[in-house]
Design a protein around this ligand. Structure first.
Ligand code: GGG
Length: 347
């Protein structure tokens, strides 16, 4: 029997609840599919930071390297640890170390879910650059706390990094409806974003079957609301992709439905799967976090591992659950109720 080693990092707040839910569903799907998921849980989180002074141990990355995939919940507990510390201490180092340069985030309405828009037939795949750009962590502060304080945050865009993510976007578009929206703000940002536009144009010649359109991020955000059905694949930088995918989550009914996969396309290191949402400290004690985003992210993990049938079984179970009206309205059903419904719907 095929066995996959999965590192589980539930993290903070609702991350703990939704990861447990996803794990229950995924292990059941594995059993039905004739393979096994062997999990090992790591307590890396803001609590871990408070105890040890680091979000993960010094050899954390090397430890994770031995796994087939990573299932992550959510990171952040701002009352105890600044968000910039928790993000740059766990999530971003993993994405960078494992060259998970493509963050894939699907946005479509699940059956029975009422989004805020009139449009219902949209199906968008957002590809977010995941290892550089505005989240490079380069910069600094001088004269801290003084009137003349200066803070600099440097965006780093390398030709290699931009080329590989845009190429990834073209490949995804080719495999779907053949349309790619390449996102910049190259009228205002005249170096990095102009490079992005130039590379988009150069690669377009290699993909004559893909219709590529360059958008400014503000115009694209408006289009996502006004005409989401006109979009297929979106490729955007780290920051723009981060923002646009919260908008994507909103139009698909809320963050509880927004899944994501941090992919290492070369498969030279594990990929990581996590819901788009954060740790939601305000509701984390209520047991009402929607686990669907985490379960959907888990289905993306199964797909990546080559277990397409099991991935489809999980997505079908999610669709049956929401079609029955369970988990469709934020805060209405308990995490446990939704999880049990998905488990019961697994064939
Ligand atoms: N599950 C995702 C999570 O923990 N998100 C926290 C966050 O702020 N992430 C920013 C990012 O995805 O770059």
């Amino acid at each position: 029997m095929k066995v996959y080693k999965i590192a589980q990092i539930p993290g903070d707040g609702v991350g703990r609840d939704v990861t447990a839910a996803a794990w229950a569903v995924l292990t059941k799907a594995a059993e039905a599919g004739g393979f096994r998921l062997e999990g090992r849980e790591f307590p890396w989180s803001c609590k871990f930071y408070k105890e040890t002074g680091a979000m993960m141990p010094a050899d954390g990355i090397e430890t994770l390297r031995g796994f087939d995939a990573i299932l992550l919940g959510a990171v952040g507990w701002p009352a105890e640890v600044p968000d910039s510390v928790s993000l740059h201490g766990l999530l971003l180092p993993i994405r960078k170390a494992f060259v998970q340069y493509a963050n894939i985030r699907p946005h479509r309405l699940l059956p029975g879910v009422q989004g805020p828009l009139k449009a219902e037939g949209f199906d968008i795949l957002c590809i977010r650059e995941n290892t550089e750009g505005e989240y490079s962590g380069a910069g600094g502060r001088v004269h801290q706390g003084m009137d003349n304080e200066v803070a600099v945050e440097t965006s780093i865009f390398t030709r290699k990094g931009v080329e590989r993510i845009i190429r990834f976007g073209f490949e995804q578009a080719r495999a779907r409806r053949g349309k790619l929206a390449s996102v910049t703000k190259s009228n205002a940002q005249k170096y990095s974003m102009v490079l992005w536009d130039e590379i988009t144009k150069a690669l377009a010649a290699e993909y004559p079957d893909v219709e590529v359109t360059s958008y400014h991020v503000d115009a694209l955000a408006a289009r996502m609301v006004m005409a989401p059905e006109s979009l297929d694949v979106i490729v955007a930088s780290n920051l723009f992709g981060d923002i646009l995918t919260d908008l994507g989550a909103a139009i698909q009914g809320g963050l509880g439905f927004a899944a994501s996969a941090n992919i290492n396309p070369d498969r030279s290191a594990p990929s990581m799967f996590e819901p788009v949402h954060g740790s939601a400290p305000d509701i984390s004690h209520l047991g009402i976090a929607n686990p669907i985003a985490a379960i959907w992210s888990g289905a993306m993990m199964l797909e990546h591992l080559g277990e397409a049938e099991a991935a489809t079984a999980v997505m079908t179970a999610i669709a049956r659950t929401t079609a029955a009206g369970i988990g469709t309205v934020p805060g209405e059903d308990k995490t446990d109720t939704i999880t049990k419904a998905v488990l019961a719907a697994i064939a």
